[in-house]
Design a protein around this ligand. Structure first.
Ligand code: MSP
Length: 475
């Protein structure tokens, strides 16, 4: 893997505040960033907000504020939520940044110069919720299946991007893994899309009040998706960022709701402009809440800040990523949060660390002075730990975040078993067993670092100072 990595999340719409769906992707990007950094890779983590388009303009109108006021207010809510989750991005892009707007204009000019754009009268059904045209076939009882609203009949002159000219090339790049789409089922789904009728798409709309003017026709506005996808390329506008794009490995994280835009439209746009393509797109699962799609109407939207208030930041990070395998769809069951918190964090990790440190203090077993490595004398333990480390590293490289946590928690279970088996409190010479256990919890602390950075630090400090403290109080 290249030394330089650019990790991105989708940029989120600011028509509403963040929910745990947005938090899930952003958190995963944060964990991967921390992991790659620990491997001495240079990582740039980019996230941000998607602020133009009819959807934002309409929400602002309904709230009787200007679109700019809505964007300023809600983009702050995203930043605040990420801060509360201890998510450390390198740059937060807002598509209303002047610099981004200018870069978008330049890019569409380039597409025009390259002959990839043409003008056409178009009539179609536009769903503002999706910010895209839908075909009759995609509707359910005449309504958008996602937003349950009737799309608007639009008939207008637009500029179109010659997608069809690039389809074969994009398909081949994906087939040959030059553009990696993972996991395997997402790659299959993407390749399936090429078998359907994929058509040229409009890169402009007829004067949407809130958007970027098309540089070569002031009566048109850049289509919000073209504007949004370009965030990955414009980044923070620095030379340093450019080097990440040109020389590094570019990884996009997203869910399947926006697969077509990312896996087909985006690479085609880049090919047309003669730009480097991303290296990898990882499509994680789309989850439901208690069996239902998250929606305002159903009132089942979970605010990540509420989880942080209830469980604390570290536990929220754990609870979100330990729901189901990262690449698969799943159901988040709210009532399982408490159960899982108590089982895995209070009784699992927290209890193990407390037991080991209580034993170490009781029998005055101090860790080696001067920060030297803890000693392990039991071969079984040594093997178990190194096997866990290897599996975790492999899983992490494959973005299997859930499996990494599973591996670590298996090791926690193994240590509990070792305590029961050894019963150090009954042993006249308990040093060996306690040292082995201290070694285990310090390695566990290392393994959880990207997920639970503060807990990891606390465990290391507790080992050093031989002071126990409750990591996760029972709820
Ligand atoms: N603004 C566009 C993206 C433009 S990127 C160039 C958009 N925004 S969004 O606010 O709707 O966010 C969509 C993304 O949020 C998903 O792709 C996913 O990363 C995350 N999720 C939103 N709901 C989710 C679930 N229920 N489950 C998993 N991820 C979810 O689309």
């Amino acid at each position: 893997m290249e030394k330089r990595i650019l990790i991105t999340t989708p940029i989120y719409y600011v028509n509403d505040k963040p929910h745990i769906g947005h938090a899930y992707t952003t958190l995963a990007a944060d964990v991967l960033t921390r992991f790659f950094r620990a491997q001495k890779k240079e990582v740039f983590f980019l996230t941000g907000t998607d602020e133009h388009g009819a959807k934002i303009a309409e929400t602002a109108k309904a709230l009787r504020i200007t679109p700019k006021e809505l964007c300023d207010k809600n983009s702050e809510l995203f930043k605040e939520a990420w801060k509360n989750l201890n998510i450390k991005y390198d740059y937060f892009i807002r598509t209303t940044d002047k610099r981004h707007e200018e870069a978008v204009k330049k890019f569409v000019e380039r597409l025009k110069e390259k002959g990839a754009i043409y003008e056409k009268e178009y009539a179609g059904l536009y769903c503002t919720g999706c910010e895209k045209f839908l075909t009759e076939k995609e509707l359910t009882d005449g309504l958008c299946p996602d937003h349950k609203t009737k799309p608007e009949k639009v008939s207008e002159k637009n500029y179109f991007f010659k997608l069809r000219d690039y389809l074969k090339e994009v398909e081949n790049l994906i087939k040959n893994n030059k553009l990696k789409i993972g996991p395997e089922n997402a790659k299959k789904e993407t390749l399936g899309l090429f078998k359907q009728s994929l058509d040229d798409f409009s890169i402009s709309r007829q004067k949407v009040a809130w958007g970027i003017d098309l540089p070569f026709d002031k009566n048109q506005t850049v289509y919000v998706w073209v504007d949004a996808l370009l965030n990955y390329y414009t980044g923070d506008g620095s030379k340093k960022f450019e080097r990440y794009w040109e020389k590094g490995q570019v990884i996009h994280l997203l869910a399947k709701d926006i697969l077509k835009f990312h896996a087909i439209y985006w690479p085609a746009m880049l090919l047309a402009a003669d730009k480097k393509l991303p290296s990898k797109e990882f499509i994680h699962g789309f989850f439901t809440i208690n069996g239902q799609k998250m929606s305002k109407t159903l009132g089942n939207i979970i605010d990540p800040n509420d989880l942080v208030d209830k469980f604390g930041v570290e536990a929220t990070r754990y609870l979100l990523l330990s729901q189901f395998p990262f690449g698969q769809d799943g159901d988040v069951q709210e009532n399982r949060f408490i159960e899982k918190y108590n089982a895995d964090l209070a009784n699992g990790l927290g209890n193990l660390v407390a037991r080991v440190l209580t034993l170490a203090t009781k029998f005055k077993i101090n860790p080696p002075a001067g920060g030297q490595k803890l000693k392990v004398s039991d071969k079984n333990i040594k093997n178990k730990v190194s096997e866990t480390q290897k599996n975790c590293e492999k899983d992490m490289e494959g973005f299997k975040l859930y499996e990494v946590l599973e591996e670590v928690w298996k090791l926690i279970g193994f240590c509990d078993g070792y305590i029961e088996q050894e019963k150090p409190w009954k042993n006249p010479k308990p040093e060996k067993a306690i040292n082995n256990l201290l070694y285990c919890i310090s390695e566990i602390a290392n393994l959880i670092t990207p997920f639970l950075p503060e807990t990891s630090e606390k465990i290391k400090n507790q080992i050093k100072s031989q002071k126990t403290g409750i990591l996760f109080p029972r709820i």
